[in-house]
Design a protein around this ligand. Structure first.
Ligand SMILES: C[S@@+](CC[C@H](N)C(=O)[O-])C[C@H]1O[C@@H](n2cnc3c(N)ncnc32)[C@H](O)[C@@H]1O
Length: 349
């Protein structure tokens, strides 16, 4: 990367983030042998807490399937499937919940990285079809599931200095990666109007939204009728761009420690930013999808868990439920956003 930048000049931070995470050989997510998402790796997710997360999502999807006439074919498209754990948990739970539901299911994973596709194919074998782009999926009815994917989309980094917004760039100085910037127009950088009227302090740093239209557009075409379920950490635009949030939300994760040094260890640490849920809702509605009220993970999973809670769950599952819903763990910082497409009965709560 250093030699490329030396040759072609500074690159926008979003390009840098894309290369760090998704370079086909050296990217953080492209190396299946690297231990990243797990207790032994850099960070854990709701999926790594245990199989209960997949079971609760299976219960949610089962309700949606029933409400829409128990169609004989129902496709689940997962994004960011990582090592396939959520797929296994969800499919195993579906067969326990209702054999007819399980029989109707076909499971797809859209994974742009070839190395990860190969890993998923060998782990999941015939349990799932692995595709490289959502354009390969065309179904009548189904659901999309994505846990902690939106926070991993490359974002532009923006700086307010001398009464002017700047796009942050990555350059090379004395052979090392370094920061640079150039003036930008806040709306062309994807910042909402509220950033025009606020009185931001000198040095205020924030992230613009990722390329959401480009990301969501092919996904919106996968189904005629669907439920889209996004679970992630994030904020609405007013909170994200509050003048007091002066350092933005971009963070790096390495061995369960978070830091704010994105130019360190390119490709060896995770880079992530809070999801701007307002921007996701806006992009979705421009694509004809309907956004439903967002709930924190605690409330969302508690609604999904209604029947399961009455079924005398094991102490192990109760402990997973506590981790997933406790406000100091995954309960309050994570949110679930449901979108629907077409004439469907959402059946929630
Ligand atoms: C933080 S990991 C989430 C892992 C897993 N879902 C979990 O909850 O444990 C983010 C994942 O999103 C994937 N991702 C990012 N952009 C994607 C895209 N356009 N399509 C599919 N997956 C994507 C990354 O490759 C990475 O595996």
């Amino acid at each position: 990367m250093i030699s490329e930048i030396k040759k072609s000049g500074p690159i926008p931070f979003s390009d840098y983030m894309a290369r760090c995470l998704y370079h086909p050989e050296l990217g953080y997510y492209a190396r299946p042998e690297a231990v990243t998402v797990s207790k032994e790796g850099d960070f854990i997710t709701s999926v790594s807490v245990g199989p209960l997360f997949g079971k609760l999502l299976a219960l949610r999807l089962h309700r949606f399937w029933l409400a829409n006439g128990s169609p004989p074919s129902f496709s689940i498209l997962e994004l960011g499937a990582h090592d396939g754990s959520l797929a296994c948990d969800l499919l195993a739970a579906a067969s326990q919940i209702d054999p007819a539901f399980s029989k109707a299911l076909s499971y797809l994973i859209s994974e742009p990285l070839p190395s990860r596709r190969a890993l998923l194919q060998s782990t999941l074998s015939d349990k799932a079809r692995i595709i490289s782009h959502p354009a390969e999926a065309r179904y009548d009815i189904g659901a999309l599931v994505a846990n902690e994917v939106l926070d991993a989309l490359p974002v532009p980094l923006l700086l307010f200095s001398q009464q002017q917004w700047h796009e942050v760039l990555v350059t090379v100085t004395d052979g090392k990666l370094d920061w640079d910037s150039r003036p930008t127009n806040p709306s062309s950088a994807g910042l909402p109007d509220l950033t025009l009227s606020q009185d931001y302090p000198e040095g205020y740093l924030t992230e613009g939204p990722p390329a959401l239209h480009h990301f969501l557009s092919p996904l919106s075409e996968c189904f005629e009728k669907a439920l889209f379920l996004w679970v992630d950490y994030g904020l609405d635009a007013a909170s994200l761009y509050h003048p007091a949030r002066s350092a933005g939300t971009l963070r790096c994760f390495h061995k369960h420690r978070s830091n704010v040094h994105p130019l360190d260890r390119p490709g060896e640490q995770d880079l992530t930013a809070d999801v701007n849920f307002s921007a996701v809702e806006q992009a979705a509605s421009q694509l004809g999808l309907q956004a439903h009220p967002i709930l924190n993970q605690s409330r969302y999973l508690t609604h999904c868990a209604k029947d399961w809670l009455l079924s005398q769950p094991s102490p192990k599952e109760i402990s997973q439920f506590q981790t997933l819903t406790h406000p100091s763990q995954f309960g309050n910082r994570f949110y679930a956003l449901e979108l629907t497409k077409g004439e469907v009965l959402r059946a929630f709560p």
